[in-house]
Each structure stands twice: as C-alpha cells, then as structure tokens.
Ligand binder design. Structure first.
Ligand SMILES: [Mg+2]
Length: 324
C-alpha cells in the first residue's frame, strides 16, 4: 500500500520541519513503521480524536489546531509519566487546502519538536474534518504511575492554573462576562483553550515520586474522582487553594471556582504524593505545583470554603450546576 497522495502532501510539509529520532528504523512511507523499543521500558499508548464542531470551532487557527491535536495526546503520556517517542496521524479532510495543511503541519511539527516525538505513519481520507492521533511513549518497567494507588494522607496537587480553557470556551460561545478582562486576558484564555501545554516534564519526574496521577481533560472534579474511585479513597479539597490565573482572578469568585473545579480542556496534571515528595517536586518545578487538598481513607469528597468551613459534596453541589 502506497501512502495516499494526500498524506504525502502532509509529509511533504511536515518532513522538513521535524526532527528524526534514532529509534525510528523505518518511518513514514512503507507499509509499517519499524521502531526500536528500549529494553528497560514498556510502551504506553493512547489515542484521541478531535472532531470539528465538537472539539474545536470550524474557524480555529490551523497552526493552533496542529498543536492542540498532539498536545491532548501528549498529556495522556504525561499522566502516566511516559516519555514521548512516536505518533501516528489519521486525518479526515473535507478538501485539500494547501494553506490549511501547511499551517496545520507547522503547528504539529513545532510541538512534536518541542517534545521530541516523531510522526511515524498516517492515513488521510475525505470527509468532515477529523484529526486522530495515537501516541507512543516509554515508561520504566519497574515503576508504573497509575490512577489507582492514592494513599490516605497523600497531598493532592495540580500543575499550572485551572479553569482557563473553560473560560476561553465560554468567551468563544459569548457566555463570558468580560467587563473586567483586558484584551491580553482574553488572548491568554484563548491560548490556553487552543494551545494547551502538556506537562510531560513534570509527569516524568512523578514516576517513583507520586502515588497516583491523571491529566485534567474533563475538569478537576471529574478527573480527581477517577483517582478516588480507582484508589477507593476520598478527598478533602481547599477551594481557596485552587490555582487561578490572573485573568480568572478578575472574574466573580463563584464563577472562577466553578471553572477551576469543573472546566475541561486544561490538560494540567492532578497527582497525589506524600508531603515529603511533594516538597521535592515543588522544588524541581517552582511556581508550577499547587497543593489543593488531601486524600482521606474514607470515601467521599469534602470542601473547605473561603470561610474555613467544611462542606460535603452535596451541600455545595447546588451552587455548581455542571457537577452532574
Ligand atoms: Mg487522560
């Protein structure tokens, strides 16, 4: 099977822009890619599809779309502490638009180079714009980082800031009150929505240091809940500790808190670790790690509000309509 002319086109734009890894024995252009696995590692694999109109707006900048398409996949590798290695791309396009392909490939190549991950194969078909990427990474055999090993009294940490992407989405939908925001704030929120920063460097350092980790794609509460369910534990969260960007801090407190708790698409990491290890990780990544709560032995989710009062999940649920 020869690569389709359409895929050759992407390859033509992409190839010149991207680095070559030594462990790619056969890359794009043959029937299969042939890849050299390190002896001491397992392969971690994840796949994500972005569909126009569902995961991104039709008019989104194709350069940014190229970045996001790979970023959301890199984020899954980060959550497992996997080192990025290779990816494949399946692209469904309504038409061959050279300019669009050129910009999309440039975004894809830029983030691929930043994370040292190489495109090793792909396919193109005609249809509604859809981007599917499968990533492959390496994890050390002796130390897997998963969702299911949170321990009582672990501190719960998140990377970066939360809620920005959801605020950017609300802005695009005309649902965000921008009275107090500057153009720079709005530009920042859109950048966070359209070009998330996967936390692979941090994720790799969590291997052996954190007990459980996940990336925040569906919102902190939903994703933390995956850790709690898989680990059969509960949590106490300090709402005043949620890391909020300068832009989010300008919004009404309830709005910002809701965005930070339930907004998806941030692609930050949530992890649990002992207090000692959290201190070490914080030292490695100054300003990027925030402690937001603690794992409890008993199941259930409790919140400490700004007044210092503890509330059960159901007591504040009414205030946050996206919880369900
Ligand atoms: Mg994930």
């Amino acid at each position: 099977m020869k690569p389709s002319p359409e895929f050759s086109l992407i390859q033509q734009y992409f190839q010149a822009l991207t680095m070559r890894r030594a462990d790619v024995i056969v890359g794009v252009g043959d029937d299969c890619a042939v890849l050299d696995n390190p002896q001491d590692c397992f392969t971690a694999i994840s796949i994500d599809t972005l569909v126009q109109g569902i995961h991104f707006f039709a008019d989104v900048d194709p350069y940014r779309l190229g970045i996001k398409a790979l970023a959301v996949n890199l984020s899954d590798l980060a959550a497992m502490g996997a080192k990025p290695a290779w990816f494949t791309l399946a692209l469904t396009l309504p038409e061959i638009n050279d300019d669009w392909l050129k910009q999309f490939s440039a975004g894809l190549a830029d983030i691929a180079n930043d994370y040292q991950i190489q495109l090793v194969g792909g396919d193109t078909t005609r249809g509604p714009l859809t981007i599917t990427i499968q990533v492959h990474g390496h994890v050390p055999k002796d130390n897997l980082l998963q969702r299911n090993a949170a321990k009582a009294s672990d501190l719960i940490c998140v990377t970066g800031c939360l809620g920005d992407a959801a605020a950017g989405l609300q802005y695009r939908l005309g649902q965000l009150d921008t009275t107090l925001l500057t153009d720079a704030d709005i530009g920042y929120l859109l950048q966070r929505l359209e070009m998330p920063t996967p936390r692979n460097q941090i994720g790799e350092q969590l291997v052996g240091a954190a007990h459980a980790a996940i990336d925040i794609s569906d919102g902190l509460l939903a994703d933390l809940n995956h850790i709690l369910t898989a680990s059969n534990r509960g949590a106490k969260l300090d709402l005043s500790a949620l890391p909020l960007s300068v832009a989010l801090q300008k919004l009404p407190e309830e709005v910002a808190t809701q965005l930070a708790l339930t907004g998806g698409d941030d692609y930050e990491l949530c992890f649990t670790a002992t207090a000692d290890n959290v201190m070490l990780i914080k030292r490695q990544f100054p300003g990027l790690i925030q402690v937001i709560g603690e794992i409890t032995d008993k199941a259930g989710l409790f919140f400490r509000n700004a007044q210092g009062e503890w509330q059960g999940f159901s007591e504040i649920k009414a205030g946050y309509d996206h919880f369900s």
